[in-house]
Design a protein around this ligand. Structure first.
Ligand code: CP
Length: 320
């Protein structure tokens, strides 16, 4: 019998979805269920219960068509903590280089008896395509500029852990909002859970009509800084600089980078988050990244718990 952490299976019984494609498609209750399950796994880990049998006999495939350190490693470790078998796939060195298609690649891996597929791809909608073409549960580990749902879940979990609730908090997402899947997923998740969200960055990198998603827009970080409870500093994607949308790196760091001087004008208990990888000296200086307000490594720790919760709740062989 499986080791059951959700003692009366009450969380699992209320979970009806098979895929995690984005936070756009989840209700506030479903997001809260994932956060609560991750909190339960964290409580068990603190008691030394790090190896659980919940997904014994199931197989998870990590299909990464883009580089990753945190997401890939933590999904792999999450599967192992739940006693699932894990298959690791990287595009480099695969038969994709011989011309095999994305769908054929995934269907061949599925044919080996996979129950859940974790996918990262540069094309927005790639996980949706797999969900339509495979019988497995599909978890989006980042699709182009669309969504990165587990990143937003771990960001939100970390904030909730420190503050108890999202209700009434003011959270700023700072950086290239237009091209950020992390920003998009955070906007969906944070607004559904009752936070006030401000997107802040160069005007050229803020999507038109983004206010329709329930957020406020700012182009002057110093002006909004004293109001903020949490600041999520998005990674600057250097490739955007070539597109002409981006000021120089030095100008960006001057206007939007978080440094010790700027931090002095924020609230005493402001939380500094970053999805990583971070560009030290660009969106964040080392003193802030490694300082007392930073929860960046807490986010990474919590990412493992969030990914355990997602694999557990979505596993088709694990229905209550
Ligand atoms: N934050 C994040 O997705 O990191 P990786 O690209 O290393 O997975």
């Amino acid at each position: 019998m499986n080791f059951v952490t959700d003692t009366d299976n009450s969380i699992k019984k209320r979970w009806t979805k098979r895929h995690l494609l984005g936070l756009e498609y989840l209700s506030a209750d479903e997001i809260t269920m994932i956060l609560d399950q991750a909190a339960e796994f964290k409580r068990l880990a603190a008691q030394g219960e790090t190896k659980l049998g919940l997904l014994r006999g199931t197989v998870v495939a990590n299909l990464f068509f883009e580089p990753s350190t945190r997401t890939r490693t933590s999904f792999g470790l999450a599967a192992k903590r739940l006693s699932a078998d894990i298959v690791e796939f990287s595009a480099a060195g695969s038969s994709l280089v011989k011309g095999e298609t994305f769908i054929d690649t995934a269907r061949n891996i599925e044919a080996m008896g996979v129950d859940q597929v974790v996918v990262r791809h540069s094309t927005p909608g790639a996980p949706h395509l797999l969900a339509q073409n495979l019988n497995t549960s599909v978890l989006n580990a980042g699709d182009g500029t669309h969504e990165h749902p587990t990143q937003a879940l771990l960001d939100i979990f970390t904030i909730r852990e420190h503050r108890g609730t999202l209700q009434g908090l003011t959270v700023a997402l700072v950086g290239d909002i237009s091209h950020s899947r992390v920003a998009r997923s955070n906007i969906w998740g944070l607004t559904k859970l009752g936070a006030r969200v401000i997107v802040c960055g160069p005007a050229t990198l803020i999507p038109q009509h983004v206010e329709k998603l329930g957020v406020e827009v700012a182009t002057d970080l110093d002006k909004i800084l004293p109001e903020l409870d949490c600041i999520n500093l998005l990674r600057i994607q250097f490739e955007r600089q070539r597109s002409g949308l981006f000021p120089s790196i030095a100008e960006y760091a001057h206007l939007f980078g978080m440094n010790g001087e700027r931090l002095k004008t924020a609230k005493d208990d402001v939380m500094i988050l970053a999805p990583g990888p971070i560009n030290r000296g660009v969106e964040i200086t080392p003193d802030v990244a490694d300082g007392g307000h930073s929860v960046i490594l807490d986010q990474v720790t919590n990412g493992l718990l969030i990914r355990m919760a997602c694999l557990y709740l979505l596993n088709p062989k694990n229905s209550p």
